[in-house]
Ligand binder design. Sequence first.
Ligand code: NAP
Length: 248
Amino acid sequence: MDPIVLITGGGRGIGAATALLAARRGFAVALSYVSNAQAAQEVVRRIEAEGGRALAVQADVGNEAQVLAMFREVDDKLGRLSALVNNAGVVDVQARLDEMSVARLERMMRVNVVGSFVCAREAVRRMSTRHGGAGGVIVNLSSAAARLGSPDQYIDYAASKGAIDTLTIGLAKEVAEEGIRVNGVRPGLIDTEIHASGGMPQRAFELAHTVPMKRVGSAQEIANAIVWLLSPEASYVTGASIDVSGGR
Ligand code: NAP
């Protein structure tokens, strides 16, 4: 039986690159999307064309009922989960803290923090030996922003990723004896559509000069780290967050 991975936000960007690579490494892949069904179905089509198994599921990670329905659909259609990639995440438009509304802050924390916590909770309920599971792996997408703070841009986003780093540390210790490894990846400036969604389509390229390696990274370079953490090659790695940021 192939291992089964659920990748939230697997229709585009880093999630899509991770879905394609995980399928090539033998995972049956469930990938979620919130609104772009076409992009998610295209990833499914590409995986199936290469002989893999894939399923696209619509669910807002910030909505508990939709997350519960998503996990049930994966249980029913693919089987018992072996791995979760907590990848879905949002940014917002550039703003100083003294300009931020509570509505903005609540959306940021609901999607990036509560969404990742609830997905991790559902994964632990399925994978932990304490719950009769066979163990598994969780990879959380943080950001170099958690270290840099993103002043004048989006401190709220940076703080949401700081919470993800703490989730990785604490959950890794909580479930270490229950067969589950929990790790994080902190991407730097990566060429995806997330920057356009924050109103700055050229952001990564404009800031490339601040990267010691003087270039942006690709979604593929992040996927390589995520899929390594998912693999048995990382069998003694837990509670770690890997910077994949060109030295930034
Ligand atoms: P992206 O290209 O904007 O793709 C985001 C994906 O997440 C899309 O598939 C989107 O679904 C999904 N998504 C967004 N909100 C969602 C929600 N509420 N519920 C479920 N899915 C949702 O982003 P990316 O650049 O690949 O980023 C992936 C992760 O890496 C994020 O956690 C991000 O914070 C982190 N990261 C990215 C960078 C970077 O430079 N790109 C740097 C550091 C960290 P739809 O396709 O349906 O819209």
